[in-house]
Design a protein around this ligand. Sequence first.
Ligand SMILES: Nc1ncnc2c1ncn2[C@@H]1O[C@H](COP(=O)(O)OP(=O)(O)OP(=O)(O)O)[C@@H](O)[C@H]1O
Length: 288
Amino acid sequence: MDITFDHVDFTYQAGTPFAGDGIKDVTATIHDGSYTAIIGHTGSGKSTILQHLNALLKPTKGTVTIGDFKITNETSNKNLKPLRQKVGMVFQFAENQLFEQTVAKDIAFGPKNFGVSEEDAAKLAEQMVKLVGLPDDVLEKSPFDLSGGQMRRVAIAGVLAMQPEVLVLDEPTAGLDPAGRQEMMRMFDQLHKEQGLTIVLVTHQMDDVADYADHVLVMEAGHLVKSGSPREIFSDEDWLNEKQLGVPTTTRMANRLKRRGFVFDPMPLTEAELADQLVPQLGGASRE
Ligand SMILES: Nc1ncnc2c1ncn2[C@@H]1O[C@H](COP(=O)(O)OP(=O)(O)OP(=O)(O)O)[C@@H](O)[C@H]1O
């Protein structure tokens, strides 16, 4: 299911003296099966974009097309339930939305609300706990007795239990320690590759963009200012510096080495790519 923005404006509190632009004239496509990262400074419009992906917000102007759904300013809230099922949203600190007495009940809540039987919802909870890498014995525990990282996985399991086609992640690793962050990013990558989920990730972590995304949208002051592959986006160091956007650690290191006479073509994005190009230049055999 492709998601397309066609000249979309969104104005917060439109028609009041407090009106403020969220996004302006955004035209972009998030392709079915892609892993799309949205980057940009605070207030650039990333969250506003995300909330259009399942019509939590509707365009003030323009059209958002999500599979068969065309969302405009005129779209009524009726009949949007199937859309909410297809696009799963994991908000920042998703664990704050847990509320049931047991993990099993919390994960089963969404599917039951969408008409899945008690028995099938319980089965889904068992499957989803596995999918997010938690042991079976958490099912009967209170979510509030788990660690922060485990609680977040339970919240993600609850979103996955709706069996969405698109998983939308708003800074999903915020507040986790580096090991927890890495584990969680690997889990999303696995879901993307093994379950075929389309992923839309908002992040400030450029290493994650380089390691996992295949498409990047760069937002600035409500405008989409660039889109392309991570290689295209991160190859223009001057532009990134001008915009004060970070670059992946590997790219930063390669840029420094380039100034000392090393040659990289293309510029490496990941550690493996850096090693493959660096080792022969240091007189060693490449990894292949
Ligand atoms: N509820 C709101 N009411 C009024 N203006 C808002 C509201 N939410 C966001 N805005 C404004 O819309 C613009 C885009 O904000 P948005 O939250 O989409 O940015 P962001 O890139 O997600 O930022 P962050 O990285 O801080 O989450 C900003 O100018 C912001 O002040």
